[in-house]
Design a protein around this ligand. Structure first.
Ligand SMILES: Nc1ncnc2c1ncn2[C@@H]1O[C@H](COP(=O)(O)OP(=O)(O)O)[C@@H](O)[C@H]1O
Ligand SMILES: O=C(O)C1=C[C@@H](OP(=O)(O)O)[C@@H](O)[C@H](O)C1
Ligand SMILES: [Mg+2]
Length: 160
């Protein structure tokens, strides 16, 4: 959360003239409800089920840029689909930057807690090995603007 997946993914898609799809937006469109509402009514488990269905469908498509939610890699089936069907980039971001970038946003239910720093730290410890497992490339985002990260990714992929 706050790594820049949605922002950078959209910019890469614009530069490539590919379709951009954010799995959270796709889940909201299919459900007719926003992420906090889905977490409220169906819990994280209900959200993860919807997320897996969306990832299974979207990873069949070619020439798209897909931004997932940060927890998508928690399920092995999602990791397998993303790694086998796409080129996966891990936007590696320290907790301090995540905190700054998510501070004003109320749309991330997992961060609506008295201590978002502790939550993000725990999530990173759990998830970092899985991001590394699924990623084809790892890009630091700490010291670069979203735009610069987008350009750098295109360069590394040989698309620019
Ligand atoms: N490299 C960056 N430097 C500074 N701000 C960034 C960077 N990447 C993203 N942001 C900002 O951080 C916020 C969260 O980004 P977002 O794309 O929603 O992250 P994610 O989808 O990974 O949760 C947005 O306001 C975005 O403009
Ligand atoms: O890390 C997570 O578990 C989540 C990240 C969110 O997406 P972003 O990573 O785009 O904020 C969204 O999918 C949901 O709130 C859960
Ligand atoms: Mg996002």
């Amino acid at each position: 959360m706050g790594a820049g997946k949605t922002t950078i993914g959209r910019q890469i898609a614009e530069l490539l003239r590919w379709d951009f799809i954010d799995s959270d937006h796709e889940i909201e469109a299919r459900t007719g409800a926003n992420i906090p509402w889905i977490f409220d009514i169906e819990g994280e488990t209900g959200f993860r089920q919807r997320e897996s269905m969306v990832i299974e469908a979207l990873t069949q498509r070619q020439h798209i840029v897909l931004a997932t939610g940060g927890g998508a890699i928690m399920r092995a089936e999602n990791r397998a689909a993303l790694h086998a069907r796409g080129t996966v980039i891990y936007l590696e971001t320290p907790v301090e930057r995540q905190l700054e970038r998510t501070a004003r946003d109320q749309n991330r239910p997992l961060l609506q807690t008295p201590d978002p720093r502790a939550k993000l730290t725990a999530l990173l410890i759990e998830r970092d090995p899985l991001y590394r497992e699924v990623a084809h490339y790892i890009m630091p985002t700490e010291r670069s603007s979203a735009r610069d990260v987008a350009f750098h990714i295109l360069q590394v992929l040989g698309l620019r």
